[in-house]
Design a protein around this ligand. Structure first.
Ligand code: COA
Ligand code: AMP
Length: 634
């Protein structure tokens, strides 16, 4: 079918408020908006009231989906599966909401959720939404001090967690991390609800910790019901911390109303999924993809969503994804390219695919990092379905540029996530803020206002919000991605313009790692850069300058640094290489030439920076990288 995209995009350009007012009809409101967009506050659906849990769960139970599976928990890592219908999901959420309410959680209170990929994580998010509490999910692969930073920023009254998570070959005890984080933080939550898992239980602290199962079961037995609390469309639904350029993460705020409208619209228009169908985002609830497309969007749309606790390979093999697709009749899979690189590495011929009936499968969507053509071609060839790249950020919560399959797919151009979605007016500017011509690389920005669903601010940090996103290019939101638009309006995203690196689809701050490394007693100075990695896209590399007098050998210090980053940031940083070098290359004004070092390490063409202090340092680095076997050509 011919795509309706251009017509719909132009319709949005002519009348953005009309476009979103129309999309908002898909949501149930207690009170409609006074203003679709309020210029004064830059908020969508001002004056409206709603409840995200009602729209995600209750209304489906009321309108014929009570018996339809809402969440399928598929956990190859524990060898278990559980299915929750919409009615059962409602029971779970109501019971947990009741336990939370009895512990004094009310509208506007913050609740941190630090959990592995278990359905209780989704119940906890929805229970918060139900009572108007603001959740903040922290990814399980972060260390105690990262959790502590988030506790101090969000100041939660309650934390919901589990005894452990399970990674291939090891059980990760969460409770000691939680206790350590609470001990470190200034703000102490008054209650923790802890899910005891069979793989490893934990001790509970009297007076603070509640056993999840015990209290939720009691609430169910007593048939405790908790009505949905009416919140303003502009009230926060959640805070999700993401890497900034410093060790202090940014608390991205998501509102209730605009978020629902945008996500609901995206399910048909972008993913071409109908209510009742089975949709799978293979990510983690700790990331934005998990928030938007494991939990909220599929449920808002009345789909069945998959909560998968496993990895693309090794749980038990590279055929896991195909098993899940065939067993649950999945139509649409959304994951990061790195997952496919992992599968391709294990099973280059895609032999596992033949073992499964994949007839339900229609499309693969990739995001989170640049989708390389090799990976796309492999997936297209082996799976025989179209593969769509799309580009977005934690800040936006949904697609900025994509291929709107539900409006009629546009031709695919490899290397491009395709075109701007309605709501987004994408421009490319030079460093002075002037628009550049087609095909010219520049700063990718979005003309304000941002659409519904995108962040209205950072938690407790309005100034930082303005400084990080709005000040450099007045009138625009700075994405901090560099790219270009071609003659057909297709966008190409090439790289970040800041110190963020992307490791296995996970966004990490090199600045945060540098802060940790600088804390080591023997380190005088350091630089962390992201170097190319075949599987994970990028991997961090730490370059160290040591003090004149040190307390250990270079090799020992390098090992200690690797351990330190894992302890302070977490295993998710995948920080495996630290390298002592004699000097760091700098400009004459003292700025470390990170981009040049990265090019050398990646074996890319590089030019001697005109402002370099001492060109000989680059030879020293090249030698050091070569000696360590880090990829350098020529
Ligand atoms: N709790 C505790 N530790 C965790 C964790 C969690 N929830 N998640 C990851 N980790 C650990 C891993 O065990 C690993 O530790 P190790 O250094 O001891 O091996 C480390 O953090 C790095 O994890 P990860 O980047 O996931 O690497 P991996 O080698 O375990 O797996 C992939 C690589 C590609 C298979 C995996 O990253 C993947 O499936 N990615 C695609 C999906 C995705 O997560 N996308 C992100 C957003 S869309
Ligand atoms: P996150 O906030 O973790 O989703 O990371 C967002 C960043 O990941 C973006 O700013 C990009 O740098 C990168 N990214 C996400 N999706 C894509 C994509 N499809 N193509 C290229 N880069 C992407």
């Amino acid at each position: 079918m011919a795509s309706k995209y251009h017509e719909i995009y132009q319709g949005w350009q002519k009348d953005p408020e009309g476009f979103w007012a129309n999309a908002a009809k898909e949501i149930d409101w207690y009170k409609p908006a006074d203003k679709i967009f309020d210029d004064k506050t830059s908020r969508w659906f001002a004056g409206a009231s709603c409840n995200t849990c009602y729209n995600s769960v209750d209304r489906h139970v009321e309108r014929g989906r009570a018996g339809q599976p809402a969440i399928i928990y598929d956990s190859p890592i524990t060898g278990s599966q559980r299915i929750y219908t919409y009615e059962e999901l409602l029971d779970e959420v109501e019971a947990l909401a009741s336990v939370m309410q009895k512990k004094g959680i009310t509208k506007g209170d913050r609740v941190i959720i630090y959990m592995p990929m278990v359905p209780e994580a989704a119940f906890a998010m929805l229970a918060c939404a139900r009572i108007g509490a603001i959740h903040s999910v922290v990814f399980g692969g972060f260390a105690a001090s990262e959790l502590a930073t988030r506790i101090d920023d969000a100041t939660p009254k309650m934390i919901i967690s589990a005894s452990c998570g399970i990674e291939p070959g090891r059980v990760v005890a969460y409770k000691p991390l939680l206790d350590e984080a609470i001990a470190m933080s200034k703000n102490k939550p008054s209650t923790c609800i802890i899910l005891q898992r069979d793989q490893q239980s934990c001790d509970l602290i009297d007076g603070r910790d509640l056993d999840y199962d015990k209290h939720v079961s009691a609430a169910k037995a007593a048939n405790e019901k908790v009505p949905c609390v009416e919140v303003a469309a502009t009230d926060p639904l959640y805070i999700l911390y993401t890497s900034g350029t410093t060790g202090q993460p940014k608390g991205v705020v998501r509102d209730n109303g605009g978020h629902m409208v945008a996500l609901k619209w995206s399910m048909k228009a972008i993913y071409n999924v109908e209510p009742g169908e089975v949709y799978w985002a293979a990510s983690d609830v700790g990331w934005v993809v998990g928030h938007s497309y494991i939990v909220y969007a599929p449920l808002l749309h009345g789909c069945t969503t998959i909560l998968f606790e496993g990895k693309p390979v090794g749980t038990p093999d590279a055929g896991t994804f195909w098993r899940v697709i065939s067993e649950h009749k999945i139509t649409t899979l959304f994951t990061a390219p790195t997952a496919f690189r992992a599968i391709k590495k294990e099973d280059p011929q895609g032999e596992f695919i033949g073992d499964y009936d994949m007839s339900s499968f229609r499309a693969l969507f990739l995001a989170g990092e640049r989708a390389d053509t090799d990976t796309i071609n492999w997936a297209e060839d082996k799976l025989n379905v179209p593969v769509y790249d799309h580009w977005w950020q934690t800040e936006t919560g949904w697609t900025i540029a994509g291929n709107p399959v539900g409006l009629g797919a546009l031709p695919i151009k490899y290397g491009s996530p395709t075109v701007a979605m309605p709501g987004y007016d994408i421009r490319v500017l030079d460093d002075a803020g002037h628009e550049v011509k087609a095909e010219t690389l520049g700063n990718v920005v979005i003309k304000l206002p941002l659409p519904p669903g995108s962040l209205p601010t950072l938690w407790n940090a309005e100034d930082r919000f303005k400084k990080a996103y709005l000040e450099e290019f007045p009138g625009y939101y700075k994405t901090a991605d560099a790219g270009f638009v071609d003659e057909d309006g297709y966008l190409f995203i090439m790289a970040r313009t800041d110190d963020i690196i992307n490791v296995a689809g996970h966004r990490l701050s090199t600045g945060a790692m540098e802060e940790v490394i600088s804390g080591h007693k023997d380190v005088a100075e350091c630089a962390v850069i992201g170097i190319a990695d075949k599987l994970k896209g990028q991997m961090p590399l730490g370059l160290l300058i040591l003090n004149k007098v040190v307390t250990a050998s270079e090799a020992e210090i390098e090992k200690e640094i690797v351990k330190l980053v894992r302890e302070k940031i977490g295993p998710v940083a995948a920080f495996k290489t630290a390298l002592v070098i004699p000097r760091l290359p700098k400009t004459r004004s003292g700025k470390i030439l990170r981009a040049t070092i990265q090019k050398i390490a990646d074996g890319e063409q590089w030019k001697m920076p005109a402002t370099i202090d001492d060109p000989a340092i680059l030879d020293e680095i090249t030698d050091a990288l070569k000696r360590r076997g880090i990829m350098v050509q020529g």
